[in-house]
Design a protein around this ligand. Sequence first.
Ligand SMILES: Cc1ncc(C[n+]2csc(CCOP(=O)(O)OP(=O)(O)O)c2C)c(N)n1
Ligand code: SF4
Length: 330
Amino acid sequence: MTTETSLPVSELRRKQLRFRGLESGHRACLGCGEALAARLVTESAGPDVMVANATGCLEIFTTPWPESAWRVPWVHSLFENAGALASGMEAALKAQGKSTKVLAFGGDGGTFDIGFQALSGMLERGHNVLYVCFDNEAYMNTGIQRSSSTPHAAMTTTSPPGKERMGKRHLKKDIISIVSAHHIPYAATSSVAFPSDIRKKVRRALAIDGPTFLQIHCPCPLGWGHEGDESIEVARLAVQTGLFPLIELERGGLAGAMPIRKIRAVTDYLKRQQRFRHLFVEDLRAKEELEHIQAIADHNIEVYGLRGEGKDAFDSEGMDTVRRGGMRWA
Ligand SMILES: Cc1ncc(C[n+]2csc(CCOP(=O)(O)OP(=O)(O)O)c2C)c(N)n1
Ligand code: SF4
């Protein structure tokens, strides 16, 4: 008979119990970045948490009545008040002398736009909450409308390219700087292409007694127009081009950045997605937009010092996969 100890390591690893806050069997689209990110965040946070979740895709695909894919206490909030709800939960737990950590979840619409006031209040009052924004750069749940996180020139149902403009006219809002301007102890960006980066930043945030914020770049195959099995590659290109810098800020100051060893041209990222297809036609305006987007990436690379040198394994070239890690909770 084969004993457990004689099993190959890969098989042993597969058999080990792993805590999952979000179970499989939910109804997200194939390759949904939000589903993966939420799994990684809850897995890293462990079982002693409570979640306040603003409406949006994550809330909808995880809780089709009467089912739920959550394995942690989870409350659905309105679009506009996840920050306020999480503040109340945290205050109530504190009054009861409990150390359970509160997480607040929102999409970019629920964070950058409609829930921003409640989020700002939560940060300013200093609640001990980790707020996670699953940034898929549009209002996906209601049909891919542009949000203030939608990048410049992207096509959405409310920013169609045409005679007047080449997709969205405005720049993606710099939410991480705005959040950091609340002088909170910790704010960071991360990406589903780098699971260990997400894990590290969740743990770092949860070790802090005070308001913390994590913005995770989450491809949406439906809204971005790529195949579901391309999500990780697309997300990685966003980082490697400099369009989505992975940074950490403490009390408003830059405390860390993931270096890019081999900087890629923005076209490598843009051409993988249908939402930018109007930029790849013979048109002077398209050429100008591509130059503009490249300038945005170049700016990020300079401002955050992203040019990677040396052989640091944990950088944008790291072959990070979901299978490699995972927190185990007894
Ligand atoms: C005040 C208010 N306005 C609009 C809606 C409709 N609504 C529900 S979810 C949603 C889009 C959510 O977008 P986002 O927060 O980016 O999350 P995603 O679905 O992209 O994950 C909208 C517009 C609402 N529920 N409440
Ligand atoms: S529409 Fe996008 S965000 Fe919503 S479940 Fe599908 S892939 Fe995920």
